[in-house]
Each structure stands twice: as C-alpha cells, then as structure tokens.
Design a protein around this ligand. Structure first.
Ligand code: MSP
Length: 509
C-alpha cells in the first residue's frame, strides 16, 4: 500500500527576487518529493509565499506600490522560476489567499477556546528586526544591528501586544524531542534546539499594534487594532493548505516533513509545535533543517549585496545541470559554497564527459553494431547495480541528497570503467566474440537505465530524455527493486543529440 507523504518547504518572503539559497531549498525538497514518488509514495508537495508583515509593507512603500501589487508580482516571479527549475510542487500557498486567512483565524480561535490562558496582553518594548520579523535579544545584536541583517536598522518598539505562553510548552517540547529523536534532523540542529530548551524559553509577542498588512488578531483591551505577527500567520500555511478548518483536512495532516533553512529552525521546531499542541492538533512528523549555500563563505543576502544572478546560473548549463550541481556540491545537512569554477568543473567532468559521453557512446555503438536494438542477453542479477542502488537508497532515506547523487553518479563511473576496460570497438572487429559484445552492450544499457532512474530526482528532464532514447517501450521508469535484474533485451535505442554539450558550446548557446 502506498504511504502518504506530505512535504513542505519554507514559504519565501515576498520582498525581493529569489536567490541561490531559495532555489537550493526548493530543488532539494523537489528531489525528496521525486524520490518518494519513485518508491511509490503518494506525495503532496507544498510551497508558497509569505506575503504579510512589516518587511513586505515597507518594501512596497519604498517602491511606491501597494503591498498587494508587490506580492502579486513577486509570487508570479517565484512561481515562474520554480517551473523553470522543474520543481514538482502540486500545491502553492499564498498567505494573502482568503482560505489561508480564514484558516489562521480559525487556528487562533481554537487556541482561545481550548487554552484561553495561552494568550494574554502585555505592554512590551524591545528591538525588532524587520529582516527577521523577530524581536532580538541583546546577544543577537552587534554594534546596534541584528547579526543576521547588519545593513538594516533595528526598530525600538513599545506597544501593547498579545502574547503566546510559549513557556508553558517547555516540558512538553523536551519530552517530545526525547521521545522522537527523528523529529528534528540533522543531529546538529537537534542539539542546538535541545540547548535552547535547556536555557529556558520566553513567551512571545504574537500581534503587532496597528499593523495593517496582516491578518487581523483581536484588538487589545485598550481598543487598539492588532495585526497577527507574521510568523504566527506564516507557520500555519502548512496546515491551511490541507483545507483546515474545512472538509477532510485530516487526510493530509500532519505533514511528514517540513524542509526549512537552519536560520528558522526555532520557529519550526519550537514555536510551531507549541502552537499546534495548544490548539490540540497533531505535530508534524519531522523538521529537516538544511544548511546554507554560500558565496565565498558568505550567505546570500540581498540586503548585504551578496549574490549572483540566479537566471544566469540556471541558463549557464540548463536547469537540470544547476539542480544537480547544487545538490551534489552543497551537502543537504550542512553549508557549502557556490562557485562558477566548481560548477563548470563538475558539469564538464560528470555531466558532459561522464553521463553524456556514456549515453552517446552506448547508443552510437548500438546503432553501429546492432542497428540500435539491444541484444538479448541472459538477465542475471548485476551486483554492481544492486550495490549502487542499496547505497543510494540508504542515502536518500536518510535525506542525504549529496550522498544520493554521488551514489547515482557512481553507476556512471562504473559503466565508463567497463567501456574503457573492455573496449567494445575492438571486440566488434572479431565476429567470433559477438556474444561477448552482446553482453557488454546490454550491460551498458542496464547501467544507463539505472543511472537515469537514480538521477531522476536530481535531473528530471535530462533523465527523461535519456530514458526515451533507451527505447524501453514501457510506460515510465522501473522501480528501484527492478533495476538489478532489469531485462533490456529488444529495447530500441536511438542516438539523438548531445545530452550535455561541452561547456564552451553550452555557454555560447
Ligand atoms: N518567510 C520565512 C519563512 C516562513 S516559513 C513558514 C523566511 N523566508 S526567506 O525568504 O527569508 O527564506 C526562505 C527559505 O530560504 C528559508 O528556509 C531560508 O532558510 C532559506 N534560505 C535563505 N537563504 C539561504 C541560503 N543562502 N542558503 C540556503 N537556504 C537559505 O524565512
């Protein structure tokens, strides 16, 4: 029976164009979604835009447009980019959607009903960072600025707000972390959060006085209108997307995995679970806190001017090459750098010379020696393939995408090694060795088919193209279990154009 797998990513702030960091997260989550489909899970994959809050309102004001104009424009730009990168999300949430707004109000009401003491009013003062949309403690401030947003001015804020009694959930959270060692991964992030819990939590302000670009919260007793703090509005997107509070929302809630960056883990592994517990709703099964894509060791950030043209990076060698490079180069459980040199190097060695060359050599030898038809050869269990699939599976099940990509690429290496060792073109000269040649050609096709399947979560378009060329005549790719004994006899291969043109050619195109 297929399992349901509901996967989400962080929803991006609608205050500027997407950068490499946003792309990395979405591509990584997409590889996870595609892998789960490959193993037969029924996947729901949700992404979206975080459109309320001061940051968005300020950006719109600075551009002389309304917040709605700004978020409409950015939502279209982000969505267009995800399509261009072949991200296969089947759900798209915008926090300005009417259904989401209703869902957030329903969630707040539910907390008021079930645990009325969890909300209380208090006059508050503190430094607010609009970049983070968070109040900052002294140890998060350096030279008068937020350490994460050094180019933004902190705002001194004095107002009466609604507070959420986060402190009440401290013991619950600790017990949850202990009972569910896999709740927050990787391990390093879990340790960070355990240390935070040890240090003690504080209640959080969840409304902002007179914030108009927000979902209305209840007014405070002094009669001042309150807008919902943007995180209290954004986190529930994962829930409202299931249809909450209407219909059969339980069919997809709780989510199996929230994929988010390391800077927002506290929000997802502490605050969000506490909100859900307070509302009497099930917690997500897992939060995965990925690391950062860096540029020369620094995080991509529009406000600090650290960035590269994302469109140019995608265009350089195409969407699939960009996806493959990012996920192979930047470990999914820690940080890594983007550089043009490494990109060109990996593209050349692994895609143009590695996979691309293997595909063209194999199909052209088949065309030359066997009219493109894969010769019948006895189907034996291929140990090298079986091993590669095993390593791949273990890596992907552990969400170590970079290791998964490496295991998949290993098949290409083994296949190219076989060609170099056997030199099928010499064997072809000797008619008495026709059976041997048959065996080698069939093996090469099996390797290629395996590489296509294993690499499909990383490069959906190129692997589909490759699969087409292998001419299996079957509908869709085989399952992982079938690979080691895949019968490729009779497949009608075709050579086609170059899958990954040499960098000079690709860049000039
Ligand atoms: N809007 C909030 C998330 C709300 S989720 C309920 C937010 N938005 S963001 O646009 O600032 O970031 C979106 C995602 O991109 C976050 O998961 C963040 O960690 C990730 N990244 C931003 N820069 C990044 C890198 N340089 N590298 C990898 N991911 C990083 O936070």
């Amino acid at each position: 029976m297929s399992r349901r797998f509901y996967l989400t990513t962080a929803i991006d702030y609608a205050n500027g164009d997407p950068h490499h960091g946003h792309a990395y997260e979405k591509i990584g989550a997409d590889a996870i979604a595609r892998y789960h489909r490959l193993v037969g899970d029924e996947v729901r994959f949700c992404m979206g835009m975080d459109e309320h809050g001061q940051k968005v309102a300020q950006t719109a004001a600075a551009q002389g447009i309304t917040p709605q104009q700004l978020v409409d424009d950015l939502a279209a730009r982000f969505e267009g980019l995800w399509k261009r990168l072949n991200v296969s999300n089947d759900r798209w949430v915008r926090t300005t959607d009417e259904h989401h707004r209703r869902g957030v109000r329903a969630l707040i009401d539910r907390i008021f009903e079930r645990n009325p003491d969890d909300f209380y009013e208090k006059a508050y003062e503190g430094w607010y960072c609009v970049g983070c949309e968070l109040f900052k403690k002294d140890n998060e401030i350096q030279d008068g600025h937020c350490v994460l947003h050094p180019t933004r001015e902190l705002q001194w804020t004095e107002e009466r707000n609604w507070f959420f009694r986060l402190t009440r959930y401290q013991d619950f959270l600790r017990a949850h972390f202990e009972a569910n060692p896999d709740f927050l991964l990787p391990e390093s992030r879990r340790n960070e959060m355990l240390a935070l819990l040890d240090g003690g939590l504080e209640d959080i302000s969840v409304s902002r006085a007179r914030l108009a670009w927000a979902i209305p919260f209840r007014p405070t007793s002094d009669g001042v209108e309150q807008g919902t703090w943007v995180w209290f509005d954004a986190l529930p997107n994962y829930l409202t997307d299931t249809g909450f509070p209407d219909g059969d929302w339980q069919a997809w809630w709780p989510a199996q995995m929230h994929v988010v960056g390391k800077d927002i883990i506290r929000l997802h592994a502490i605050i969000w679970p506490a909100m859900l517990q307070s509302a009497g709703l099930p917690l997500p099964q897992r939060v995965w806190g990925h690391g950062f894509v860096l540029l020369g060791g620094e995080r991509f950030s529009k406000s600090s001017g650290v960035g590269l043209d994302l469109g140019e990076a995608v265009d350089r060698f195409g969407a699939d090459a960009f996806r493959y490079f990012l996920l192979r180069e930047v470990p999914w459980d820690s940080d890594g750098n983007f550089s043009w040199e490494r990109f060109t190097e990996r593209y050349t060695s692994e895609l143009a010379n590695g996979l691309g060359n293997l595909a063209s050599r194999s199909t052209s030898m088949l065309a030359k020696y066997r009219d493109g038809v894969v010769p019948a050869s006895p189907v034996q269990r291929d140990e090298a393939v079986a091993r590669a699939v095993e390593v791949y599976r273990a890596a992907m099940d552990a969400n170590l995408l970079h290791q998964g990509a490496e295991a998949a690429y290993e098949v290409v290496r083994v296949a190219n090694g076989l060609v170099a060792e056997k030199q099928p073109w010499s064997i072809a000269k000797d008619p008495s060795r026709a059976d041997e040649l048959d065996g080698i050609l069939a093996t090469m096709v099996r390797y290629l088919a395996t590489a296509a399947v294993l690499l499909s979560p990383f490069m959906p378009q190129k692997t589909a193209e490759l699969w087409e060329r292998l001419g299996s005549g079957r509908d869709g790719m085989p399952s992982l279990d079938e690979l080691a004994t895949l019968d490729v006899s009779g497949w009608k291969t075709s050579a086609g154009g170059i899958l990954f043109p040499r960098p000079e050619v690709a860049a000039a195109a």
